[in-house]
Design a protein around this ligand. Structure first.
Ligand SMILES: [Zn+2]
Length: 417
């Protein structure tokens, strides 16, 4: 027995070298018909394709434009199959490793310090949450809503006055680990809200009357993993029974038609739904928190990337939600407002028809719980850098998105009871 512990310790402390992506490509294919969609599905069976858009091979359909990552080894044969079948494609990213390195294109002011113009790792984000509370004790408080599988804390920052009866909006970022622009936005939002209160008319009005709950990183373990081991990681880091594959897709783990898409059953899939609804500690912490604040929460907004879309329910059915007109109106004006800053174009609509059908999403769950205004942002870009949006685009992305979020909040303040 004496020897087991040290051996185990060595195994866990021996750092594995981070995954490299030298020569890996991201291809974009414009599918003309059903036949071409099936060719892609067949290729996905025999090759290691990592689907970036849509997020799984089973969503691939005729007339869709799809993006996927392919290894250097398989890229030649994939490209020749596409050529042979006269399929239209372009190479979005020629060398993924190069692109990963290029995303850090903003120089640090002070090495090691948190910066809104840069991507921040988890340690910096934790220190930043403390700083926010310390700097704005009247306005910002930190609530630990639970812990992750790897025992990291899940922090929600509450912005607003200490009155639980006021209307509130819940926002989360970083449910999918590799979508780094998302946590960057949540940090920007908290910073701007606290900083511009008392100065900016709209923000002052909002914070005088409502609260915001902001979860800057939902999938903390996955986010850490995407920094230290695998930049392309998406799921959380929980171990799966009877499988060597790690992780559940937290955005398939909610109790909203959870059982209806059999393709999310495979623990090795990027869209694995988990063994049961809310099986994951991260999901459970968020759902418990929202349920216990349901009286005040009037809107739920979740941030993803990429593809520049503003989505609302439903994901699991093509039926329109009862307040469809209202949601479509808010989404239309929000995306219009967003584009006023840099002319960034967004499309909007229900998840199922705008992007593709999904089950177990946080958005549908929150809607069915009774939060009638639920939105998902798919932030920049539309496919030049994809998940590797350069840091030089963080601030513009955050600034334009903030305009849209402020509009939604204003609407909630005025039109919900
Ligand atoms: Zn996502």
């Amino acid at each position: 027995m004496r020897f087991i512990l040290p051996v185990g310790l060595i195994a866990t402390t021996l750092a594995i070298a981070p995954v490299r992506f030298d020569g890996e490509k991201v291809l974009r294919v414009k599918l003309q018909d059903e036949k071409q969609a099936n060719i892609i599905k067949d290729l996905a069976q025999t090759n290691q394709l990592d689907f970036w858009y849509p997020d799984a091979a089973h969503h691939v359909a005729a007339n869709m434009t799809i993006d996927f990552r392919v290894s250097e080894k398989e890229s030649q044969s994939i490209q020749s199959s596409l050529d042979q079948n006269k399929m239209h494609y372009e190479i979005l990213i020629h060398d993924l490793q190069e692109e990963i390195e290029k995303q850090f294109d903003v120089k640090e002011d002070i090495p090691g310090r948190h910066s809104y113009a840069k991507y921040n790792n988890w340690d910096k984000i934790v220190a930043w949450t403390e700083k926010m509370v310390h700097k704005h004790p009247e306005m910002v408080s930190r609530i630990k809503i639970g812990t992750t599988v790897e025992d990291n804390p899940l922090y929600v920052l509450k912005i607003g006055k200490r009155d639980e009866r006021r209307k509130a909006i819940f926002m989360d970022c970083g449910i999918h680990a590799r979508e780094w622009i998302s946590p960057a936005f949540c940090q920007w939002f908290v910073y701007q809200a606290a900083k511009t209160y008392g100065k900016n008319k709209i923000m002052t009005k909002l914070l005088d009357r409502m609260n915001f709950y902001v979860l800057p990183v939902f999938n903390v373990d996955g986010y850490i993993w995407s920094w230290t081991q695998n930049r392309m990681w998406r799921k959380n880091r929980s171990k799966n029974q009877n499988s060597n594959c790690i992780g559940t897709d937290l955005n398939r783990n909610f109790n909203a038609s959870w059982n209806s898409f059999p393709n999310t059953k495979d623990p090795c899939a990027e869209t694995y739904r988990g063994p049961e609804p809310e099986s994951e500690k991260e999901t459970k912490a968020v759902t418990d928190f929202i349920r216990s604040h349901l009286k005040s929460i009037k809107a739920y907004i979740t941030f993803h990337s990429y593809s520049q879309m503003l989505l609302f329910p439903y994901g699991y059915t093509s039926k329109l939600p009862p307040n469809y007109k209202d949601l479509a109106k808010v989404a239309k004006i929000s995306t219009d407002v967003l584009s006023t800053r840099y002319e960034t174009r967004y499309i909007y609509g229900p998840i199922a028809s705008t992007i593709y059908p999904t089950s177990g999403s946080s958005l549908d769950w929150a809607y069915n719980l009774g939060i009638k205004h639920t939105f998902a942002f798919e932030l920049r870009d539309k496919g030049k850098f994809c998940f590797l949006l350069p840091e030089s685009q963080i601030k513009p992305t955050c600034k334009e998105t903030l305009l849209a979020v402020k509009f939604i909040a204003k609407y909630i303040l005025k039109h919900t009871s």
